[in-house]
Design a protein around this ligand. Sequence first.
Ligand code: IMO
Ligand code: MG
Length: 408
Amino acid sequence: MKVVIIGAQWGDEGKGKIVDYLAENAKYVVRYSGGPNAGHTIVVDGKQFALHQVPSGILYSDKKVYLGAGMVIDPEKLFKELDMLKENGINWEGRVFISDRAQLILPKYRQMDKDRDSQRKRPIGTTGSGIGIAYSEKSHRDGLRLADLDWEEKMAEFDGEDKEYLDKYKDKLIEMRVDLTKVMWEVRKENILFEGAQGAMLDIDSGTYPYVSSGASCAAGAATGCGIGPHDLDKILGVFKAYQTRVGNGPMPTEFNNESEGELCQYVRDTGREYGVTTGRARRCGYLDLVALRYACRTNSLDGLVLTHLDIYDAMEQIEACVAYDIDGKIVTDFPANVDQMNRAKPILEKFKGWKKPLKEIKSYKKLPKEARDYIEFIEEYTGVPVTIVSVGYERDETFIRSNPWKK
Ligand code: IMO
Ligand code: MG
């Protein structure tokens, strides 16, 4: 059985926690897109881990994890992350593998990424980790893949700092290198969890282009990014927060207004720890945007939604969510491609009663306050997709499942 977890918003939805949670029943965990731009936080017994490139299944000592062909890999940061794991008692050796078709990020790409973004008329606000450069080298067909590391003619094209850098990591990378398409075929009968990075709205094709990342963070990316066919993805779950955040620039019609909703924004940001794991930037916060969420459901064939951070709204008297946009006086419920239109979109909000109780201790859907269930059921009705898992805290046991994703 193959289960895909994607972010259904603009990233930072809590994918790391959910992948870690579901990994218990998987044998293999595969990250399929992005690179060190991702920041996946997992909390186990009060201890927090921030993962950027290593798949979130690594914390279970019996899981093997794979970095897919859809990824762009920064070896220096990857080995730092692996060292961090080792220092925290996580023995990863013999359990971390990288697709021979994955692309590599050279250190100079980071500065090139920053320079390019600062020279843009309308900067994207990238993470500065060289992601866009690595993916464009790939598209130009000038990229460097793990498979090339022992191709002498190709490697002879690198000199100076690049050569020194590659010489440093080459052998270690070759040791972890596998033909992932072959592995995926051999283990096809096992439970495999595919971990998405970024989110549906940051996908290069269906996201809010050009304010997107450069990889295929959509569900289909799990197939292309690991070398399997789309038929083989048995179940696709989209993780979303009870509210919404975005890092960097680009349209977000439901963003809290700095003046009139400044207090609410600060409350959500601080309670939800909405500061970037990768860059430390304060995230932009806003109301849940159901127009965008339904679009994400449709463009990714979501079988189920996973709601996280519901507890952040515990103290609220009233909750609001966006059900349509007003664009130049026209009511719009289909997500527009045009960024200029999106910049003018004003959210039309639906109000819900708050539950005013802590949800942390709740262990089943039935025990949720009626107001919380009403909010969830409205989301299900609007999107046409069931909310199958709900998270009410950072720890593994602060999660409850309404329908087991590992059952067909
Ligand atoms: P996870 O996996 C949130 C955003 C950046 C920027 C845009 C492009 O933790 O959810 P890039 O460096 O990728 O070229 O930046 O995409 N971005 C993310 N935002 N979570 C992420 O990953 C992100 N990865 C990229 O902030 O706006
Ligand atoms: Mg992040």
